[in-house]
Ligand binder design. Structure first.
Ligand code: SF4
Length: 323
C-alpha cells in the first residue's frame, strides 16, 4: 500500500433507517442499509466499491462525508475521529472530502452559471476572490476538458458527460484530499463513460488524489481501482487488490458478478453463475451469512453463523465459511 497510515479508517460503521408506522408514530422496523463496515483507504489510492443496487454502497459514501448521521461505528479521517463532530466542527474538514454525484444535472443548480457553480465552494471557504477566483475557475474548467468560455453558460446547455466534468471541477476547486465518486458514470452513455473514467484517472495521478469510486458495475471499477471492495446487503464480502480480485475471486457473490460481465470475444466460453432468487430485504436480512439464500455453495453452517471478514493472504479479505 502507498502509505502505512490510512487517510480514512472506518470501523464497524452502521446506518439504520427507521420505518415509522401508526397513528402515534413509532419505529416499526429498521432498514439496515450499512451494517458493520470496516475498511481503510490509503493516501493516493483508488478504492472501488461495488455491489447491486440497494446494497448500501451510496449510503456508505454519504456517511463518510457526514451527509448522513451514522447509527454506530467510527469514521477516522487523517487520524481524527469525525463520527460525532458538529456541523460547525465539520466545516474545515468538508473542504478535504468532496463528492461527485451520479446525476450531474440534479446536483448542479440550474439557475447558476457554470462559473458560479465551480466558484461557489471556493467563495464559501474563503479560498479566492476577484481575479484570482476567475482565473482559478478558468483553469479548473480547462483541467476537466472544458473551455474557459463555458463559465458563462448554464448547466442545461451541456451534455451529460460535460455536466459530470463540471461536477468534478467543482469537487476539485477546494483541493480535496479525498473524493467520493458515487456512480459518476452510470447516467452517461457508454462512449462518454470511458472519457470520464480516463479523466478521473488522470486527475488522480496529477493531483495525487485519493478516490472512492462507487459503482454497481465491476467492469467499470476494474479500469480505475487499485483495490476493490464488494458489498452485499450492507456488508463487505470481499476486499482485495484489483488483480487478485479479478483473477482469483474467492466469494461466491463476487464470482457471480464477474461471470455476468460480457466478454468481447463471441467464441470464448465462460461459465456463467446464475444466482437464484432476489436480493433479500435489508429490513429483515437472512440469519448467518446474508448471501446464503442465493449462494450455490451454501452449507448448514451458513444459515446459522455469520462469517467474519478475514485476511486469506496478501491483503485479500473474504467473508465466507468455506475460504
Ligand atoms: Fe456461500 Fe456459505 Fe460462503 Fe456464505 S458462507 S458465501 S452461504 S458458502
Amino acid at each position: 500500500m502507498p502509505a502505512a497510515e490510512p487517510l480514512l479508517k472506518v470501523e464497524e460503521l452502521r446506518k439504520y433507517f427507521p420505518i415509522q408506522k401508526g397513528i402515534i408514530p413509532h419505529t416499526a422496523a429498521q432498514v439496515r442499509a450499512v451494517d458493520g463496515v470496516s475498511l481503510q483507504v490509503y493516501e493516493g489510492e483508488i478504492l472501488g466499491l461495488v455491489g447491486e443496487s440497494g446494497c448500501g454502497k451510496s449510503t456508505f459514501g454519504r456517511l463518510i462525508v457526514r451527509l448522513l448521521e451514522p447509527t454506530g461505528g467510527k469514521i477516522i479521517f487523517r487520524g481524527k475521529d469525525i463520527t460525532h463532530l458538529s456541523q460547525t466542527e465539520l466545516r474545515p474538514l468538508r473542504r478535504q472530502m468532496q463528492m461527485v454525484f451520479q446525476d450531474p444535472y440534479a446536483s448542479l443548480n440550474p439557475r447558476m452559471t457554470v462559473g458560479d457553480i465551480v466558484a461557489e465552494p471556493m467563495v464559501i471557504n474563503n479560498l479566492a476572490c476577484g481575479k484570482e477566483l476567475r482565473d482559478r475557475v478558468r483553469s479548473l474548467l480547462e483541467t476537466v476538458g472544458l473551455s474557459s468560455y463555458h463559465a458563462g453558460k448554464y448547466p442545461h446547455e451541456f451534455s451529460g458527460g460535460q455536466r459530470q466534468r463540471i461536477g468534478i471541477a467543482r469537487a476539485l476547486s477546494v483541493n480535496p484530499r479525498l473524493v467520493i465518486c458515487d456512480e459518476p458514470v452510470s447516467a452517461l452513455d457508454v462512449s462518454i463513460q470511458a472519457q470520464v473514467i480516463n479523466l478521473l484517472e488522470d486527475l488522480q495521478k496529477d493531483f495525487g488524489l485519493t478516490l472512492i469510486f462507487i459503482s454497481h458495475d465491476l467492469s467499470v471499477v476494474k479500469h480505475i481501482s487499485n483495490r476493490v471492495a464488494v458489498m452485499y446487503l450492507g456488508k463487505i464480502v470481499e476486499l482485495a487488490d484489483y488483480r487478485s480480485l479479478y483473477s482469483d475471486p474467492q466469494h461466491p457473490y463476487t464470482r457471480a458478478l464477474l461471470s455476468a460481465i460480457p466478454v468481447p470475444k463471441p467464441n470464448s466460453r465462460k461459465n456463467r453463475v446464475i444466482l437464484s432468487g432476489d436480493v433479500p430485504s435489508p429490513i429483515n436480512p437472512p440469519t448467518g451469512c446474508r448471501f446464503h439464500t442465493r449462494c450455490p455453495e451454501r452449507k448448514q453452517i451458513c444459515r446459522e453463523q455469520a462469517p467474519e471478514l478475514k485476511d486469506i493472504g496478501a491483503g485479500h479479505y473474504v467473508s465466507c465459511h468455506l475460504r
